[in-house]
Design a protein around this ligand. Structure first.
Ligand SMILES: C[S@@+](CC[C@H](N)C(=O)[O-])C[C@H]1O[C@@H](n2cnc3c(N)ncnc32)[C@H](O)[C@@H]1O
Length: 352
């Protein structure tokens, strides 16, 4: 059985991706300092030991005991985001990652055979990225790097992210490819499985087709750096991810409408795209994610469950009652697309 350490585990996006693959695995520990994320994690995965501690406070001895085969990690992205100060390694929020690279991975006797890392696009230009590659090279890992977005696989959401998959080799490696791939193969089987989870239920009348054509033009503009990797008839509609079209609880009030309509991207159920949902969704308007226009022309927010669907979380994934919508948006904004992670894992285990 594959022993997995889920580092910076949040609400368990990596765990969901492992489940999607039907692997024989065990999460030996999920580690995160955010108690709210940990409540959501344990509500969905009650049997996983959750460690509510900073990674940098956990001793080498404990890592030896875990003896993990796979590390998954999404270190905090704020030190690298365009909106942030980009303090990179000087930002205290990278301390956990630096500790993992300099102290743990370098000194550990029972090193993981596999590593998967996710971060914002832009990470690839950071000193932290340099530290990652140097540490992997000096510990004999081969690796591949990617910049991918769910929209490339027909999932109507943009979320361009940097990914690295690494595997420890028995023999020393001569050369390391600096290429960051913007496409990936070996995903068709998983795409069929995704379509079973979110069936393509939308067929369009000619009037709706017109609307969709307009939306598609916008898709082309939005996905500038992401090459679409599927046939157009396989791409999914926003409708396929909705819980219901109308939802008065999530409609904008008049004051919000006045502000939101001018600065927000608004899409219908026939759209094949949406903007990246950030942790500030429903708190600020600009650049935090798309709004939804219902069939009766009401403007509403996407619900947390719908964003979880767009992130391809399993249908039975839940947010416990004590979690507010604002908390759920914030956690989802920090999380990841489960389907893209599962493709990377498939490639890591099967091919690489
Ligand atoms: C980008 S989010 C990861 C999200 C996660 N992949 C998910 O699916 O929800 C980064 C997470 O790292 C946690 N974190 C930040 N610094 C940490 C540290 N030093 N030790 C442990 N967890 C940390 C944050 O609380 C946050 O939940």
């Amino acid at each position: 059985m594959l022993r997995v350490l889920e580092l910076f585990s949040g609400i368990g996006g990596m765990h969901c991706a492992l489940d999607f693959l039907d692997l024989n695995y065990e999460i030996v520990a999920a580690i995160d300092i955010n108690p709210t994320a940990n409540v959501v994690y344990s509500s969905n995965f009650p049997n996983v030991p959750i460690i509510n501690r900073s990674i940098e406070t956990i001793s080498l001895k404990q890592w030896e005991k875990w003896n993990a085969d796979l590390w998954t990690m999404s270190p905090p992205c704020q030190p690298f985001t365009r909106q942030g100060k980009q303090e990179d390694l000087n930002d205290r929020r990278t301390d956990g990652f630096v500790y993992l690279m300099k102290t743990i991975l370098s000194q550990l006797k029972s090193k993981p055979k596999y590593i998967l890392l996710e971060n914002v696009s832009g990470f690839e230009h950071s000193q932290a990225h340099q530290l990652l590659l140097e540490t992997l090279q000096s510990n004999n890992y081969s690796y591949e790097q990617y910049l991918l977005s769910p929209i490339q696989f027909g999932i109507p959401n943009s979320r361009l992210r940097y990914y690295l998959i690494a595997k420890q080799q028995d023999n020393s490696i001569d050369t390391y490819s600096p290429i960051i791939h913007t496409r990936i193969s070996n995903f068709e089987k998983l795409l069929t499985k995704l379509h079973e989870q979110f069936p393509l239920k939308t067929s369009l009348s000619s009037e709706e087709n017109l609307i969709q054509n307009r939306n598609d033009q916008i898709t082309d503009q939005c996905s500038h750096s992401s090459e679409i990797l599927i046939d157009s008839n396989q791409s999914m509609f926003i409708n396929d991810f909705l819980v219901s079209n109308e939802n008065s609880e999530f409609e904008l009030d008049e004051k919000q409408l006045k502000r939101g309509l001018n600065v927000c991207d608004i899409i219908t159920c026939y759209a094949k795209r949406s903007f990246c949902f950030t942790k500030s969704y429903a708190k600020y308007f600009e650049g935090t994610g798309s709004l939804f226009s219902t069939l009766t022309d009401h403007i509403r927010y996407f619900t947390p469950k719908e964003i979880a669907n767009l992130h391809c979380f399993p249908l039975n994934y839940n947010f416990p009652q004590q979690i507010t919508n604002r908390q759920a948006y914030s956690l989802l904004g920090n999380s990841l697309n489960v389907f893209v992670i599962s493709i990377l894992l498939e490639n890591l285990f099967e091919r690489f």
